[in-house]
Design a protein around this ligand. Structure first.
Ligand code: ADP
Ligand code: MG
Length: 240
């Protein structure tokens, strides 16, 4: 089933008298369950694409359909509900609240849910355990390593059980060993059926994706499907 459908998607930004075309006529379909990589040099439009996917921006022209829903045709209030229900976000600067524990940070997206407080705690604890932080739930962000903070951000993005997880350079500020562990976590989530779109400029991450699209100057200039990849790479991706 197709989960994401982008059609002739264009985004312009006006800076004074300049008009920057961040994206030009992007057409893309992504099947449910895909781990999609979006790569390209700085300024190529990766983050713009992700924020359009996340309902955080407005296309200049074109449509974004997620699960068949033309999201920018939704009234603002329903778009907010849609984001809560369908999307989880992980950003490079994970914006954890410094005075809240890992558990409280992860519970934040549940604030508006009609769920009992005990149920919210249980749900947040479950997802923290899922990302390997069973013993860190009551720590503050400052008491956690960079990789652990990233895991809290991933748990927070997953606590609503969103069908689509969007990640913008989630390993951008981590050393390569920690980055690899975080990619392994994303890979496990993917293996459990999570659809993920991840922006990265790190070519080493390529091996983890099912498909990668390359952007340059706001256009998709290349696409690789990794299904016919060499066995060694496939085995590595199995997160053995
Ligand atoms: P990437 O994430 O690949 O580095 P971006 O999507 O952030 O690229 O940016 C693509 C282009 O759009 C760049 O030229 C950038 O300067 C421009 N751009 C992005 N966001 C804005 C904005 N809010 N206002 C003006 N220009 C922007
Ligand atoms: Mg970016």
């Amino acid at each position: 089933m197709t989960l994401i459908e982008l059609s002739e998607l264009t985004r312009h930004f006006v800076n004074g008298s300049d008009c920057v075309a961040a994206l030009h006529g992007i057409d893309l379909e992504v099947a449910e369950g895909t781990f999609l990589g979006v790569m390209g040099p700085s300024g190529s439009g990766k983050s713009t694409l992700l924020s359009l996917l996340g309902g955080l921006s407005q296309p200049t022209t074109g449509t974004v359909r997620i699960d068949g829903i033309d999201i920018y045709r939704l009234p603002a209030e329903r778009l907010a509900d849609f984001r809560r229900e369908y999307l989880g976000f992980v950003f490079q600067s994970h914006n954890l609240i410094s005075y809240l524990t890992a558990l409280e940070n992860v519970m934040l997206p549940l604030a508006v849910c009609r769920m009992k407080p005990a149920e919210k705690r249980r749900r947040a604890a479950e997802v923290l355990e899922r990302v390997g932080l069973k013993d860190r739930m009551l720590h503050l962000p400052s008491q956690l390593s960079g990789g652990e903070q990233e895991r809290v951000a991933i748990a927070r993005a997953l606590v609503n059980r969103p069908p689509l997880l969007l990640a913008d350079e989630p390993t951008g500020s981590l050393d390569s060993a920690t980055s690899r562990q975080i990619m392994e976590l994303f890979c496990e989530l993917h293996r459990d059926g999570q659809t993920i779109v991840m922006v990265t400029h790190n070519r080493e991450n390529l091996e983890w994706f099912d498909r990668t699209v390359f952007l340059r100057d706001g256009r998709i200039v290349e696409e690789i499907s990794h299904r016919d990849e060499p066995t060694a790479v496939a085995a590595k991706r199995e997160c053995a």
